[in-house]
Design a protein. Structure first.
Length: 555
């Protein structure tokens, strides 16, 4: 390999990422640490340049191509030809072999010693180098290990299929053992969902852990039909219907605990995508103070909960913890003196002192129909799992105007947007002003792993976005990644939120159909309303989460 002398500092100055003073300071720090860290890594860690931008600059200077390993089909059979220790030592992924070259992606093309060792051991053809990101290379190594581990299970299933011993409905079949293995792995990692996704060449099984998908298994495509059919049988779905979406549910006992699974299938280009939502029947109801709300938000929310009537919305996208918050709120105010009725789809937790109703669209028993009927049950407190249409919204509002406290959810990005959404659903502004008492918008952010937490300097451009909201002195943190957190740097999730309490001023603005920006501005000026971003930044500077996480979910 031809060695090139690259002056990283000068290049970053030319590209406008740093100035001469910052370069001199970095060189001084590098010398002080006895050159423990490369200059490029120093500027990445200090937030002057992102890893991708640095990799692309390096590729340009070395006349190499930057490659996104998520955008190419990696040949894992090619990887088996070479020593895993050799590849990991060079941080290299041989992803393709053609008539001329073996195409290899590396993290550090300036690590000439490792690359020369690689060239000597891959002697069949010349190497064509590419530059890729460290995280992408590590992900490919993880996937390669997953494929190796699951190979034995898959071989047993293939043997059963080849010898006609495979029975889709058998509890003892290898495919059922595989389903149990997938479920056990997800539950062990505290996953909320399991995604089984076919592609052109294989089947990927991913689990949503702390809100982020992680790959657990990769199978050969030939076992996909057996796997999807077995899961559809568990959920009482039609295994012959593969052209349209289906929904179902089933239960399994894992490690002496009973779990419900909400099942959804959808037709895709390469087969049906299967998603299983894990519902833990033993899950303990949380208290409001366990959700991660700031003290000021807790006080505001508790004030709203003490109101005798009105409608309260909890808003956010799917998977943002709205249902958990509703249950925590109901758990807070439940009483033997009050009648509490909930309408849900599905019933996820069992709530003491509450009558819980499961809607059933198949028999045309919708949220609106259930809500209309339960008003004759003389409830004091009503919880509607989700407002999906204007009919349900109108009945819920009328219930709140006739002396009931109503809790429900909407899909909006922030608290003031709930008012706009209600108007879009054909509700008159004066009805909103009379009925609405509070809106809470929330998101879930991943918490930094406490075992590998360290101080961190995010990219300068990222800090510039939020600088006006930060105190004069601040420090951000991140997790380096360790065995305890699966090398993700995160463990568990917490909430960031904003609460809009409907004061007389806000109620008047709603009644005259004022836009959400003016409502938010007045709420900040008069009622101490703080946008969700502020709550997230407090948690980031206190070391609970990262700035990157906050900006991932908050605007």
């Amino acid at each position: 390999m031809i060695k090139k002398n690259i002056r990283i500092g000068d290049i970053l100055i030319d590209k406008g990422f740093i100035n001469q003073d910052q370069l001199m300071l970095a060189l001084k720090e590098q010398k002080k640490s006895n050159f423990a860290k490369k200059l490029g890594q120093y500027f990445i860690d200090e937030g002057y340049v992102s890893q991708r931008a640095f990799a692309e600059i390096l590729a340009e200077q070395l006349d190499l191509e930057f490659i996104d390993l998520y955008g190419v089909e990696v040949d894992f059979n090619l990887m088996t030809k070479y020593s895993a220790k050799l590849l990991k030592g060079a941080q290299a992924i041989p992803f393709l072999e053609d008539d001329e070259f073996i195409h290899v992606a590396v993290v550090d093309p300036l690590d000439y010693e490792s690359i020369e060792l690689l060239e000597r051991n891959i002697a069949t053809k010349p190497i064509k180098l590419y530059i890729s990101l460290k995280n992408d290379v590590n992900h490919i190594f993880e996937r390669f290990e997953i494929i190796s581990i699951t190979k034995l299970i898959v071989d047993n299933i293939k043997r059963e299929i080849a010898t006609n011993n495979y029975k889709a409905d058998s509890e003892q079949s290898s495919i059922m053992q595989l389903v149990e293995q997938i479920v056990k792995s997800a539950i062990k990692n505290n996953a909320s969902d399991i995604h089984i996704e076919p592609s052109a060449f294989n089947v990927s099984v991913r689990s949503r852990i702390d809100g982020i998908l992680r790959e657990n298994f990769v199978f050969d495509k030939e076992i996909y039909n057996a796997l999807s059919s077995r899961i559809k049988i568990l959920g009482n779905l039609d295994i012959s219907e593969k052209r349209k979406s289906q929904d179902g549910r089933f239960s399994m006992t894992i490690n002496d605990n009973r779990y419900d699974f909400r099942l959804s299938t959808a037709p895709t280009m390469f087969g049906e995508s299967v998603v299983m939502r894990i519902l833990d029947q033993q899950k303990i109801l949380l208290k409001l103070r366990d959700l991660g709300m700031e003290e000021s938000n807790i006080k505001t929310f508790e004030e709203i909960l003490k109101l005798p009537y009105g409608i309260i919305f909890v808003t956010g996208p799917t998977g943002s913890g709205k249902t958990t918050t509703l249950y925590a709120a109901l758990n807070e105010i439940k009483s033997i003196e009050n009648k509490m009725i909930t309408i849900e789809d599905p019933i996820e937790y069992q709530l003491p002192l509450a009558q819980q109703i499961q809607i059933n669209e198949k028999i045309d028993y919708s949220f609106a129909q259930a809500l209309r009927s339960i008003l004759r049950q003389d409830p004091d407190i009503i919880m509607v799992g989700e407002v999906r249409d204007s009919e349900t919204l109108n009945i819920a509002v009328q219930a709140s105007l006739t002396g009931h406290l109503v809790f429900t959810t909407l899909h909006t990005n922030d608290a003031p947007s709930a008012i706009t959404r209600m108007i879009q659903m054909n509700l008159e502004p004066y009805l909103i002003a009379d009925s609405l008492v509070g809106v809470m918008a929330q998101r879930l952010v991943r918490k930094i792993c406490p075992y590998c937490k360290k101080e961190h300097n995010p990219p300068k451009k990222m800090i510039e976005k939020v600088e006006k909201y930060l105190p004069k002195e601040y420090q951000f943190y991140q997790g380096e990644g360790c065995m305890r957190c699966g090398f993700s740097g995160y463990s568990g999730r917490t909430m960031i939120s904003e609460i809009l309490k409907i004061s007389e001023t806000i109620s008047h603005l709603i009644s005259i159909n004022m836009n959400k920006y003016e409502i938010a501005r007045k709420a900040e000026e008069n009622d101490g309303f703080e946008p969700m971003l502020i709550d997230g930044l407090k948690k980031a500077t206190n070391g609970l989460t990262t700035l990157e996480e906050v900006l991932r979910v908050a605007k």
